[in-house]
Design a protein. Structure first.
Length: 109
């Protein structure tokens, strides 16, 4: 049993490394975008959307890497793993950006 768990952990490690590397970047960009939303200055909002687009494209490219190192053999399972990872990263971005916006509105207003 411990041998099976060790094999799963060994196969999952590369995908975790990619995922958590991008999760840190997502949090930082979410903070920047959330901060830009509260100011209502057009240049900041434009910069926030450019940053969001850049992060989106980079995460899409990283999801290909996540697909290639997914700990499954079946293509369907690998695809579902990459889609789920991408979805979690996207929801994390929205959560952090919304949280920063709400906290700032609470502090200011």
């Amino acid at each position: 049993m411990s041998n099976i768990l060790a094999q799963i952990n060994e196969r999952l490690e590369p995908a975790e490394e990619i995922f958590f590397k991008w999760l840190n970047r997502i949090f930082i960009s979410g903070i920047l975008v959330g901060s830009a939303w509260i100011d209502d200055a057009p240049p900041l909002v434009i910069a926030a959307f450019i940053l969001t687009l850049y992060i989106f494209i980079r995460v899409m490219l990283a999801s290909v890497s996540i697909y290639s190192v997914a700990p499954f053999n079946a293509k369907v399972a690998k695809t579902m793993f990459a889609i789920l990872s991408f979805g979690i990263l996207g929801l994390s971005f929205l959560t952090v950006a919304t949280f920063v916006e709400r906290i700032s509105i609470f502090v200011v207003g």
